[in-house]
Design a protein around this ligand. Structure first.
Ligand SMILES: Cc1cc2nc3c(=O)[nH]c(=O)nc-3n(C[C@H](O)[C@H](O)[C@H](O)COP(=O)(O)OP(=O)(O)OC[C@H]3O[C@@H](n4cnc5c(N)ncnc54)[C@H](O)[C@@H]3O)c2cc1C
Length: 385
């Protein structure tokens, strides 16, 4: 078997890139996925999207992606279930509240309106929230949610229409390198001859990197989500509420609500729901949203965050290994940034440079150079959403 490029991973990032490459005219694109389309982190995500970030590169990725998400139904024939419920970021920490204010003025320079809110204002607008211990918060009405599975299926259908081959149940077990360049890919059952490989393996990217002797600093972190039944005391609009500094998220879903459980490292790359942690989730929920103390937890799931050392994606070629590219480490933001990432990666692979957006700050070289980025409000060590 022969391919112009092999993309490892059929999550939103690999599929978005495959679609953009095909649209730009590349043929013989092969996506290899050991599970099924979207069966990795993409299918476990909450699908939140927001513009409210601390770094210019993340803000630009959100704004570019948002344009594409607004046109997603027309382009892919799949409704992405875009809901502008807004993001409410709150914190009891004075230091983080100051960073939220800085973010708001940075976003104003991009034409994005973010409301700065005192605890009393938050309490008046969303009376089901406990606000006495808060230092402040921000609300961005432009933010909201999208359907992660809708995105994955839409990209896959669009890519297939453009002639991309997506093989499910095809685990990559080796990558052949000769003379400093990629020569082929080995699955459990066959060898694919290719001179280009894109690692879009999300939380499992470090394992792919080891196949070619490259350290890809992405670690899997388990995130658990619990689903509650109805809670009639919570009335009116419910935005996506993120308690920055605690890693706790809450929003309405159907008749009930979604609440985050604790996060923990998952070095083996496996995540299953631990019912033992439901107590943590309910206690965190009952603190910030007291009416939830009465709600019944009716289900949940677990998935992996794809965390990089500075909570930013890693995009581009890998110097010293010709033909090997990475698009990974989105650190909990891969769904929302998948449109811009796919486009930029296709440009880099085909022309050597991303024209639609500057991805230079996201090079893998930044870890060796020590030019890490800083996302203080949403840094994963503090938790985000
Ligand atoms: C609970 C939870 C909530 C989240 N909430 C949000 C959110 O609100 N907003 C947001 O934007 N993001 C969110 N995320 C993060 C988001 O899901 C990820 O950033 C995104 O899905 C990454 O997409 P990906 O394509 O890079 O990776 P994935 O979707 O994980 O795709 C990688 C694929 O590679 C495959 N693979 C791995 N190894 C191999 C191999 N050897 N051979 C073949 N295939 C292989 C895997 O099976 C997988 O399907 C959340 C994640 C979780 C777990």
């Amino acid at each position: 078997m022969r391919a112009a490029i092999v993309i490892v991973g059929a999550g939103v990032v690999g599929l978005s890139t495959a679609y953009q490459l095909a649209r730009a005219g590349l043929r013989d694109i092969l996506v290899l996925e050991r599970g099924t389309v979207g069966s990795g982190s993409s299918g476990k995500s909450l699908g939140g999207f927001r513009v409210d970030f601390s770094t210019e590169v993340n803000i630009r990725f959100s704004l570019e992606s948002l344009k594409a998400l607004e046109g997603f139904a027309d382009e892919f024939g799949v409704d992405p279930d875009l809901r502008r419920i807004g993001y409410l970021l709150v914190t009891p920490s004075e230091a983080l509240a100051a960073r939220l204010r800085e973010n708001a003025s940075r976003l104003a320079r991009f034409g994005v309106e973010v409301e700065l809110l005192a605890p009393e204002e938050i309490g008046a607008r969303w009376p089901y929230l406990y606000t006495a211990d808060l230092a402040g918060g921000t609300f961005c009405a432009r933010d909201g949610t999208i359907g992660p599975s809708e995105l994955a299926q839409g990209y896959a259908a669009g890519a297939r229409r453009q002639g991309v081959t997506i093989l499910e149940g095809a685990e990559v077990v080796g990558i052949e390198v000769r003379g400093g360049r990629v020569m082929g890919v080995q699955t459990r059952t066959e060898r694919v001859e290719t001179t280009r490989v894109l690692c879009a393996a999300g939380a499992w990217s470090a394992w792919i990197g080891r196949m070619v002797g490259v350290e890809i600093p992405v670690r899997p972190v388990r995130r658990q989500v619990f689903v509650t039944g109805p809670c009639p005391a919570i009335r009116g609009e419910v935005p996506q509420v993120v308690e920055v500094g605690k890693g706790w998220v809450f929003r309405r879903e159907g008749a009930g609500f979604l609440i985050y459980g604790p996060q923990d490292p998952a070095p083996e790359g496996v995540a299953s729901l631990d019912w033992g942690s439901v107590g943590w989730a309910v206690a965190a929920a009952a603190h910030r949203v007291p009416p939830l103390a009465e709600a019944e937890v009716v289900g949940g799931w677990a998935g992996l965050y794809d965390i990089s050392p500075d909570n930013h994606a890693i995009l581009g070629p890998v110097p010293g290994l010709e033909g090997f590219y990475v698009a990974t480490g989105f650190s909990g933001h891969g769904i929302m940034h998948s449109p811009a990432a796919g486009k930029a990666m296709a440009e880099v692979i085909l022309t050597g440079r991303a024209r639609s957006i500057d991805i230079a700050p996201l090079t893998i070289e930044r870890f060796a150079r020590g030019t890490l980025l800083e996302e203080p409000v949403t840094a994963h060590r503090q938790g985000d959403g």
